[in-house]
Design a protein. Structure first.
Length: 205
């Protein structure tokens, strides 16, 4: 069984401007290095929606709830080969030019025998604009062990972000293992596209 990569909204996500977003996430590739061996493969695709409860203000962070479904589109052995569901609480805050995200994720992980296992993931991410459409992000994350299999792990991530449009974001970076049965280092790339504003015309509510 392949390992499972996290599916979370980290610092490279665009700020939520509307109450309801529909999102498509396409990991365009991953090159992992473990004990001197290299391996390049494609990851799973995720689709879901995000609903904003509060807007970032002087006294409150932006708080959102998100659901994502992960479809098993990865190359054999890279991911689990099963369909997963993720339920996420997100809190975001801008301090000067820095943007901070905290995510708490409950995962339902599909199994080959049917049914689901579950685990919890949390992550803290920082992002900052560099110049023009370019930005940078850093993240610490950890996930608990799932029953009967997937072990817990912790990792860090640093990446560069290119925002082609407000709805279309490209990212590339390096993820490194802190602990757990995951590759020691991974080069990751991805694309996030906000497919539709289902509350079009209500941006100011």
């Amino acid at each position: 069984m392949g390992h499972r990569r996290r599916i979370i909204a980290s610092g490279h996500q665009r700020p939520v401007q509307v109450r309801f977003d529909f999102e498509l996430r396409i990991p365009s590739g991953e090159h992992s290095y473990d004990r001197g061996l290299g391996n390049a493969r494609f990851g799973d695709t995720a689709v879901g929606f995000k609903y904003r409860l509060t807007r970032d203000s002087d006294h409150l962070p932006s708080i959102s709830l998100m659901y994502m479904l992960k479809a098993p589109t990865a190359a054999s052995g890279l991911e689990s080969g099963e369909t997963d569901h993720s339920f996420t609480f997100l809190a975001s805050k801008d301090l000067g030019k820095s943007h901070f995200d905290f995510n708490l994720v409950g995962n339902l992980l599909g199994t080959p025998r049917g049914g689901f296992q579950h685990n919890l993931l949390n992550a803290l991410a920082w992002s900052h604009p560099i110049r023009g459409k370019w930005g940078a992000t850093a993240e610490l994350s950890g996930v608990t062990a799932a029953q009967h299999g997937v072990p817990g792990s912790a990792q860090f991530l640093t990446s560069a972000i290119y925002t082609l449009k407000q709805r279309l974001v490209f990212d590339m970076g390096i993820a490194g293992r802190i602990e757990g049965e995951i590759p020691h280092a991974m080069f990751v790339t991805g694309v996030t596209y906000s497919v539709a504003n289902l509350y079009h015309g209500r941006r100011n509510d």
